[in-house]
Design a protein around this ligand. Structure first.
Ligand SMILES: Cc1cc2nc3c(=O)[nH]c(=O)nc-3n(C[C@H](O)[C@H](O)[C@H](O)COP(=O)(O)OP(=O)(O)OC[C@H]3O[C@@H](n4cnc5c(N)ncnc54)[C@H](O)[C@@H]3O)c2cc1C
Length: 490
């Protein structure tokens, strides 16, 4: 099982490289966070922060109760709508799913998803929040190329007071008078905490790191797991594959268009905005989905030329393709993974990630059900009209099973496992009585003063949707909590 762990190492973090799909998750997710002992995190209480962040361009067609129009993060439909995006959304409707605002009253259904972009240009959290104030605020200093290696913590007062970092091989320290906020993401925030003496005692001691707080940092790792190997082939009615010359001309055209008038296939991400949320027979709730579907462009010609390429090559850019990877994403994984520091190079080495995907049978069952559902789209008029079909040549590692059988689909999940890059939960938020909690409901690290974590790692349970919008909400809410905590002292 090979699972790649992409992360955005740049201003804006992973929002600078992500697929820009704007989905918040389900109201049940946040109500559940609160029920787990985290006051202030019900859906009703977090909705204002989603709205505060959002500048929704398509608000006329949506219920205003759920959407904001004055926030820094632009949310829109791409200016260009891909032909197969339309086919997929139609097919889902023909299989009984309603058209719905996926961030509104009811999440179960289908739609052309909105994206975090402005006129077809990516809007990362850097573009939304930092660019407008950069060089304008005297209290904002940005140091790029800086790699933080440790949080400085006074071992007697158990209080954070600074960080150690390296820029171009030179070591520095930065000090804080108030508090340190760690936002290094679900893989690096736990790493940084552990390097600083906050983590599971046994693991830290095995690396000779003095323990300042014995907490389950790095546990509770969750992700939206899927497979790479369920492939649709498109007929020449809707294939968008182009040759090198046409691709180059599309790139020049896009480049030359003014920023507010981007058009054409490169102002969108192919079929990535065609999505749907379903509830399988294993779902815990009637009104909350447990599977989402995504489709990304592939080159199936490569696959037919050499079936050992198993899942057809990923196309780049995503707008030009002759096949699609049909991905059922498990929204509600019951399995939990963990991560540890790299034993040979704890500071600069990648953390060791133990995903533990599919260690709970229920996770497999849900995706099997979802795979049967997505394959049944072949019977819809939308697919038939355009001649879209699943590639029924068994992939190499699963050739022992008949294509389409449960054994075959289970084999795809295990042999061609993939994540959709939504790791979360490794610095879990929870009440004091939760032995797995790393931060409290105000995101302060247990046992260490003046230290907060604010990113995807605090999610106690993964949300039912792409994680960026939820992380932005967490940031907005944390900003208010921090202001509240400090202003009440004066
Ligand atoms: C390829 C990809 C596609 C995705 N597609 C979508 C999508 O379409 N929609 C969606 O909603 N979500 C998507 N996501 C997920 C979403 O982007 C992330 O959940 C979100 O960006 C996580 O935010 P974060 O702040 O927790 O971490 P990150 O965005 O990863 O930010 C962490 C930051 O910390 C910095 N950092 C880490 N360690 C150190 C250190 N030691 N010193 C200094 N700096 C450090 C990193 O450079 C980075 O800037 C995708 C993610 C990826 C990788």
């Amino acid at each position: 099982m090979k699972v790649t762990r992409f992360r955005g190492k740049s201003m804006g973090g992973s929002s600078a490289i992500n697929y820009m799909v704007y989905i918040r998750g389900n109201r049940r997710d946040y109500d559940n966070w609160a029920e787990l002992g985290n006051p202030g995190w019900t859906y009703r209480e977090v909705l204002p922060y989603f709205k505060k962040a959002e500048n929704n361009q398509d608000v006329e067609s949506r219920n205003r109760y759920y959407h904001g129009v004055n926030g820094p993060l632009n949310v829109e439909r791409y200016p260009y709508i891909d032909v197969n995006t339309v086919m997929l959304v139609e097919a889902f409707q023909q299989r009984g799913l309603p058209l719905t605002d996926l961030n509104g009253e009811r999440q179960i259904g289908t739609d052309i998803a909105q994206s975090t972009s402005l006129n077809g240009i990516r809007m990362s959290v850097n573009s939304a929040y930092i660019k407008p104030i950069r060089h304008k605020r005297p209290n904002l200093k940005i140091i790029t190329q800086a790699h933080v290696t440790k949080i400085l913590i006074d071992p007697f007062r158990k209080a954070a007071y600074g960080v150690k970092y390296i820029v171009n091989g030179i070591r520095y320290k930065a000090y804080s008078t108030k508090e340190i906020i760690v936002s290094a993401g679900s893989l690096n925030s736990p790493k940084l905490l552990m390097l600083s003496g906050i983590g599971p005692r046994g693991h830290l001691e095995s690396l000779g790191i003095p323990v300042l707080a014995d907490l389950r940092v790095g546990s509770n790792l969750m992700d939206h797991v899927t497979t790479d190997a369920l492939i649709l082939v498109l007929s020449n009615k809707t294939s968008t594959l182009v040759g090198d010359e046409r691709l180059l001309s599309e790139i020049y055209q896009y480049h030359d268009q003014p920023p507010d008038k981007k058009q054409g296939p490169l102002s969108a991400t192919g079929t990535l905005s065609a999505t749907a949320f379903i509830k399988t027979e294993y779902s815990d709730y009637d009104d909350a989905p447990d599977v989402q579907f995504h489709f990304d462009g592939r080159n199936v010609q490569d696959y037919y030329a050499d079936p050992s390429t198993y899942a057809a090559t990923n196309t780049f850019p995503l707008s030009f393709y002759d096949g699609l990877a049909a991905r059922p994403l498990l929204l509600t994984p019951k399995s939990r993974g963990y991560l540890l520091l790299n034993f040979s190079d704890p500071v600069f080495g990648q953390p060791l990630i133990y995903s533990n995907f599919f260690t709970v049978q229920n996770d497999v069952d849900k995706l099997l059900s979802a795979m049967r559902f997505v394959v049944s789209l072949e019977d819809t008029e939308a697919f038939k009209l355009r001649g879209a079909n699943f590639v029924k040549v068994p992939v190499e590692a699963c050739a022992a099973y008949p294509w389409g059988s449960s054994d075959y689909f289970a084999c795809l999940l295990i042999q061609y496992t993939s994540s959709i890059y939504h790791p979360a939960g490794t610095c879990k938020m929870g009440p004091i009585w939760d032995p797995g909690a790393v931060v409290d409901p105000r995101l302060r690290v247990y046992g260490i003063n003046k230290l907060r974590v604010v990113d995807a790692s605090i999610m106690p349970v993964l949300v039912r949707g792409n994680t960026n919008a939820a992380v932005v909400m967490i940031g907005e809410k944390a900003a208010d909590m921090i202001k509240g905590d400090w202003s009440s002292l004066f």
